[in-house]
Ligand binder design. Structure first.
Ligand code: MF3
Ligand code: CO
Length: 248
């Protein structure tokens, strides 16, 4: 069941999203060779608390950190670690902010120092694929139109789209309906309506879209060990089109 949000509820989620966006902008300034994802995690959690918010991921299904930190071939759900980031790495930081019971979810991938041309292109195309999806997130379209737009763009650029993790409705729960795959045919799936709030969060890979999970039960990696990147926004559907709640 898709829970439709009122304008007031969307505003509350937007407040959570503004905090999240500000934390990403602060993290962006810190990312450099030598910093650890543990330090980034502590920093993000400290900022959330300063803003009167809480890290929704911490304690979620036993997950122990405020952020997910997914380096290079890790697709998503990597644990923050005390190992230093290296020049040429790419890292995705994903988090869910809870402000007074209302949530926002956003992930950005970052380049550490100077990265390969391929990594740079992967980051750019992944971000662009998210915005191709957002363009289709208008009342009257279907979820499949979003899915298809992301996949068509990503694959035309020579990258593959992860199948095992998808976008989702969000509100007072992290994961609500609808499910939002980043692949599939257009003109299928639930009709998009005013008041829906969901994430679009494509993960693009340089090689195969297939993944494997580490022994820790969380860390998802590409099967072939090649790079993966992700960008995620939480968006609200209004009569005037989608509003990105996690941008500003
Ligand atoms: N932010 C992630 C999402 O897009 C969820 C991370 S899983 C968690 O749904 F358990 F770490 F929270
Ligand atoms: Co999400």
């Amino acid at each position: 069941m898709i829970i439709i949000k009122t304008e007031a509820e969307i505003n509350r989620m937007h407040e959570a999203g503004k905090i999240l966006a500000e934390i990403h902008r602060q993290i962006a300034k810190l990312i450099a060779p030598g910093i650890t994802t543990h330090e980034i995690d502590q920093f993000a959690e400290k900022l959330m608390k300063q803003y009167g918010a809480t890290p929704e991921q911490k304690g979620y299904k036993g997950y122990q950190y405020a952020t997910c930190a997914s380096i290079n071939d890790v697709i998503c759900h990597g644990f923050p670690k005390k190992e230093k980031l290296k020049d040429g790495d790419i890292v995705t930081i994903d988090m869910v902010v809870n402000l007074n019971g209302w949530l926002a979810d956003s992930a950005w991938s970052y380049a550490v120092g100077s990265v390969s041309e391929e990594a740079d292109r992967l980051l750019r195309v992944t971000k662009e694929s998210l915005y191709k999806g957002i363009e289709q997130a208008v009342a009257g379209n279907r979820i499949g139109d979003v899915s298809h737009a992301v996949q068509a763009y990503a694959e035309a650029e020579g990258f593959s789209v992860v199948r095992d993790f998808i976008g989702h409705g969000i509100g007072q729960e992290m994961h609500e309906d609808p499910q939002v795959p980043h692949y599939g045919p257009p003109n299928k799936g639930p009709r998009i309506k005013e008041g829906m709030v969901f994430t679009i969060e494509p993960m693009l890979n340089v090689g195969t879209y297939q993944m494997k999970i580490d022994q820790d039960g969380w860390t998802a990696r590409t099967r072939d060990g090649k790079l993966s990147a992700q960008y995620e926004h939480t968006i609200a559907i209004t009569a005037n089109g989608p509003i990105i709640l996690t941008e500003q």
